[in-house]
Design a protein around this ligand. Sequence first.
Ligand code: 9MG
Length: 281
Amino acid sequence: MALRCGRFELSLDRPLVMGVLNVTPDSFSDGGRFMDPAAALDHAQRMIADGADLIDIGAESTRPGASPTPESEELRRIVPLVEKLSGGSVPISADTRKPAVMRAAIAAGAGMINDVSALRAPGALEAVAGSSQAIAVCVMHMQGEPATMQQAPAYNDVVSEVKGFLAERARACEAAGIARERIVLDPGFGFGKTVAHNLALLRGLPAIVALGYPVLAGLSRKSTIGALTGRDVDERVAGSLAAALAAVARGATIVRVHDVRETVDALKVWNAIQNGKIFRH
Ligand code: 9MG
């Protein structure tokens, strides 16, 4: 299996690592650290040197409680970085919910759109489907909106409800003209979910993988890792690695992480044990 990301075709023969670059003042983990474009570029280059297969740039925080970022500000933060990084050796993903930002990021060379709202905003499906390049899209499940989503998340059966939602969004993408080999699904760990919901989803991940699309898992440094380990956000590397390996063992093909070097090493060891394959980045 392969994932089409514009000029890149990513083989899914081994799990891929997506490095997180937040150019926001208020993200839960690295908020404020990469607002300076030079620092952001440096960090992206570091993650690529450490073995990242894709870089995901976000210019609007979607952490619980976050308020929306104006479109003009999101464009100002993200477009120059996509322009500078998109000529490099790995695809650049733009993490955005806004169709205008999607279109600008695609024009600047993005190879993927990562939408935590699963292309539900009016015009979002068309922004991706209408792109001249065959870029990829990650559609994620979220219950509610970032500002309020952690207040009272509730499900009867979290795995089947998330699976049903993702199946419907994949159908909507394909109906809009986005080919199957461009679509990635994501259960949205931490987005309108309690610790128990996140653990149930992780255990139930094979049911989502069974839909037949690549699955992305993002648990890196999230509050569930904090709840399970009692660690502050910058001390959650070990817990995040355990979660990434658990996701890959259940069929995830992309892990979205802050700690690229450590995750790449962990996956090399996991792969050698599991599949007898030694990968060099
Ligand atoms: C932007 N963002 C934050 N967490 C995420 C996750 O788990 N998945 C995806 N696709 N995006 C995320």
